[in-house]
Design a protein around this ligand. Structure first.
Ligand code: GAP
Length: 463
């Protein structure tokens, strides 16, 4: 399997219609990306895969779609207004701006994260370790100051403090404030979880690495409510569940690792946190955070709103605040992980013996933007039959019809965008109602009656 670096991947995704620079014709908007025809399909398939495994098929969990704009008091209670900030520092010489903790992380090649260090400790580390400005090489920083990451705007026509609202920086709080609504209406007993997929916004100081860290992104979050004392068992359960999910959708397991947070790094309310990290071309980075959050969030909302968030346990008639385990992952990071796992350049042999190369996006069929491509061998002889087959298949799967260029080129095009099956419609199809189906990965072809094609593809989409 051949590696691809980030620049090559960005160019490839643009060329194929997966991801474009946002507002490109106006010179772009820094860190904004638009998902093209193939990107939106891939993204939707990732979200559907998560929803299927974490909500639809999971007997413990149900779903929710809460509003992005929430009452400001939610963010006071959750601590986001007070402390959802990054340590910002400027180089006095060249005026470049950095996150102090990221400077340390990069300087130590990820050995020390700077998470949990106070501003004083960060300043001290920069000085004593001579962590110079990566842009101009000088050691002359401003004092570190806190920069709140939430985007603020106003609801209604009057722009005053009363009307301030924030774009949510995580979907989780929409779940916590609805805990009682969901529990009451579904009559769920503990343990149970509430899953949600939706947009989040953070005014990141140092966005970058393409879609790895952006200011607008989507999260897939599960808040799993359980009886106090059982949370560490459930933490272990979800930690493994997330890993297995990644492997099941085709993420390269050799590039995954767990990184447990030690005492210094743990948030004050958490009694266990692990990141599942992926080995990106720039090094290991957080893909999925799994945190045991105790009853911190429900307690904060109960205290701040005055609403009772307790659960009445029907087993022993006691009332308590459930503990929570939260697996939280970004859609775009998962997309990037899936793409880095799937991209391959393979050497093949032409009929005359010469070596050729082909790009193959070895996506799991369930994630592939198109499940099947229908290609008439000769347009004037086979297009009618091919269109008939396309209509039949596109009713069930996302399918594509292509009658341009020679058949070899059309196969290569589908390999590069990850289409797992290509159907060639030829004289045999017209005369005997059979088609040849070519497998993207092995390039082997089998012949099937037309009316068995849909169930054949269907059987390959399971994960
Ligand atoms: N509710 C917990 C929470 O939001 P987090 O570690 O801040 O925790 C969870 O975020 C996940 O969301 C991360 O592991 C990552 O996959 C994704 N994520 C966070 N910030 C992101 C950003 N700026 N751009 C893209 N994805 C992001």
């Amino acid at each position: 399997m051949q590696k691809i670096n980030l620049e090559e991947l960005v160019a490839f995704l643009k060329e194929q219609g997966f991801v474009f620079q946002g507002s490109e014709i106006y010179g772009g908007l820094a860190n904004a990306w638009d998902y093209g025809p193939l990107g939106v399909e891939l993204k939707n398939n990732i979200k559907q895969a998560w929803w299927k495994k974490f909500v639809k098929q999971n007997k413990y969990n149900v779903g929710l779609d809460a509003a992005i704009l929430m009452n400001k008091e939610v963010w006071v209670a959750s601590g986001h207004i007070g402390s959802f900030s990054d340590p910002l520092v400027d180089c006095k010489k060249c005026h470049s701006r950095f996150r102090a903790d990221k400077l340390i992380e990069d300087f130590t090649h990820g050995e020390i994260t700077g998470d949990g260090m106070s501003n004083e400790q960060l300043t001290e580390f920069l000085k004593t370790n001579n962590v110079v400005c990566p842009v101009c090489g000088q050691l002359d920083y401003t004092d570190i100051r806190k920069f709140n990451l939430m985007f603020k705007t106003f609801q209604g026509v009057v722009e005053d403090a009363k009307n301030e609202v924030y774009l949510r920086p995580e979907t989780a709080q929409g779940i916590f404030v609805n805990f009682k609504n969901v529990q009451r209406t579904t009559r769920r007993k503990l343990p149970f979880g509430i899953g949600q997929i939706g947009k989040s916004f953070r005014n990141e100081i140092t966005p970058g690495n393409f879609i790895f860290r952006t200011r607008e992104f989507e999260q897939m979050e599960l808040e799993f409510f359980c009886k106090p004392g059982t949370e560490l068992d459930w933490f272990k359960y979800w930690r493994k569940f997330c890993w297995d999910f990644l492997v099941s959708i085709g993420v390269d397991e050799k590039k995954l690792r767990y990184r447990d947070h030690d005492k210094e790094e743990l948030s004050f309310y958490s009694n266990a946190t692990t990141d599942i990290e992926f080995d990106f071309p720039w090094g290991f980075g957080e893909l999925w955070g799994i945190a045991s959050r105790t009853n911190y969030d429900l307690n904060a909302h109960q205290t701040h709103s005055g609403a009772n968030m307790e659960y009445l346990d029907p087993d022993d008639n006691t009332k308590y605040l459930p503990y929570v385990v939260e697996p939280s992952v970004g859609v775009e990071r998962m997309l990037l992980t899936v793409l880095f796992s799937a991209y391959d350049v393979e050497e093949t042999k032409k009929e005359d013996g010469r070596v050729d190369t082909r790009v193959v996006l070895r996506l799991h069929p369930a994630l592939a933007p198109y499940k099947v491509a229908v290609l008439p061998l000769i347009k004037k002889n086979h297009a009618d039959k091919a269109n008939e087959i396309y209509d039949m298949l596109s009713d069930k799967f996302s399918a594509v019809y292509d009658e341009t260029a020679n058949i070899g080129k059309r196969y290569r095009r589908q390999d590069a965008i990850g289409t797992p099956f290509t159907i060639c419609v030829d004289d045999e199809t017209v005369n005997n109602n059979t088609v040849t189906i070519r497998d993207r990965d092995t390039m082997e072809q089998i012949t099937l009656p037309v009316d068995e094609v849909a169930s054949y593809i269907e059987s390959k989409l399971k994960f």
